[in-house]
Design a protein around this ligand. Structure first.
Ligand code: DI6
Ligand code: FE
Length: 409
């Protein structure tokens, strides 16, 4: 019996922003894309389609895109998608003058989400997280990073990571999990942050053995953990061979970016208070700067991340939703494209690279984020002529088709 043939499809007459090679946008004016199974088999000018590749390989589904835009699937490389409850009342408090830090120090903030998350069962957490993932996917997202960090004990952190893994099994989207036990101090450890960090380090081998964790993160800040505590978490990750990333320099400069770069961190995230020394360390280590305009906007921050200096130094910049209930209850990566440009002054091409090729790098994934032969066939067809149109409009979703591993929704 013949082995089953992988599905094949040929996408013709597309405007392709491949983000591959040296051309701006990796642009192809009249491009074609051949998909075999879950991979891109060939991409190039439509006029150069290799006829020998088209015959003999089994049935071929041919789609004429009539000049529509085709891009890589979007990658949301920083989210806190698994939690219960909401923080709308806290939002009202902040509008009346309370600061995010004041609310956190008074026991609200992250801790209130921890209480709601611990009280929710696995099914409820999955249902909530799946709805959020579907909202991101409806705008072309094909890979999502999901952090824990609202369980803050061994059992509930593992539950949240398991819910994230289940998303990747049950929805047509790739999920990368990050263990963020060092997100906030749970109330039962009040005054004993060092003891709590010892617990976080103790959980990691079990999380890894259960296949629950792809990377390790921490919140290094005045309302989070100190640089010394962050080092202990990173040493535990390194001992297990797990890559690290860091919520760094969000509310103050703790030297977290340089610390993380010393561990060859995949990314440093937020970075509003990043120093020149931090930029130099990230550049030397090849660490991605993960910019999160949703949190900047929603906390009405006034210190911008040093985008011009990052650009001048050649640090790759990624862009993500940071979806979470406290500082960025946003489920639109397309809106982040717009805010990355309008608020952070990224160029439209930088913003796009930030949700594709540089986002893939921030997750340590070399098989996606560009349109190139051999990579995963994760791509989106848009009712647009050029990707800059998606940076310019906001509150607008021109998605026509989303393909995940060669499979249409
Ligand atoms: N920084 C943030 O902006 C989120 N986590 C972090 O370390 C906020 C999380 C929350 O407020 O629930
Ligand atoms: Fe975050």
């Amino acid at each position: 019996m013949n082995p089953p043939r992988a599905p094949r499809s040929l996408w013709r007459h597309a405007r392709i922003a491949s983000f591959d090679g040296d051309r701006p946008w990796g642009w192809l004016d009249d491009g074609a894309l051949l998909v075999e199974g879950d991979r891109i088999a060939w991409v190039g000018p439509d006029a150069a389609l290799p006829s020998e590749r088209l015959t003999g390989g089994g049935p071929l589904d041919e789609i004429d895109l009539g000049g529509a835009l085709l891009t890589p699937g979007l990658i949301d490389a920083h989210t806190h998608l698994v939690y219960a409850g909401d923080r709308a009342a806290e939002f009202e408090q902040r509008l009346q003058g309370a600061s995010y830090e004041q609310i956190a120090r008074a026991g609200g903030g992250i801790r209130s989400t921890v209480a709601a998350t611990r009280a929710a069962d696995d099914e409820a957490l999955f249902t909530l997280a799946a709805a959020r993932a579907r909202a991101l996917m409806a705008e072309g997202v094909t890979t999502i990073e999901v952090k824990s960090g609202y369980g803050l004990n061994e059992r509930d952190e593992a539950r949240c990571l398991a819910v994230a893994r289940r998303l990747g099994r049950e929805l047509p989207v790739a999920v990368r999990t990050t263990s963020l036990g060092a997100h906030a101090l749970p109330p039962e450890f009040e005054g004993r942050a060092d003891d709590y960090i010892a617990e976080v380090c103790r959980w990691l081998p079990g999380q890894q053995a259960a296949g629950l964790v792809d990377a390790v993160d921490a919140f290094c800040d005045t309302i989070g953990f100190t640089p010394a505590q962050t080092r202990r978490v990173f040493d535990a990750a390194r001992a297990l061979g797990l890559p690290v990333k860091l919520h760094a320099e969000q509310l103050s400069d703790q030297g977290g970016a340089a610390l993380a770069a010393g561990y060859r961190a995949l990314s440093c995230d937020h970075l509003e208070h990043l120093s020149p020394a931090g930029i130099a360390a990230m550049q030397a280590a090849g660490t991605v700067a993960m910019l999160l305009p949703g949190a900047y906007y929603f906390l009405r921050d006034t210190t911008l991340p040093p985008v011009a200096a990052l650009r001048a130094t050649g640090v790759p910049m990624a862009l993500a939703s940071d979806h979470n209930p406290g500082s960025s209850p946003c489920l639109s990566l397309l809106l982040m494209l717009n805010m990355g440009c309008t608020i952070f002054r990224l160029t439209p091409e930088e913003a796009w690279r930030g949700v594709t090729v540089h986002a893939a790098r921030a997750l340590g994934l070399g098989d996606r984020g560009r349109i190139a032969a051999g990579l995963r066939a994760d791509f989106v067809v848009w009712d647009a002529g050029h990707p800059r149109e998606l940076c310019y409009r906001f509150g607008h979703n021109p998605l026509r088709r989303r393909l995940f591993g060669g499979m249409p929704d």
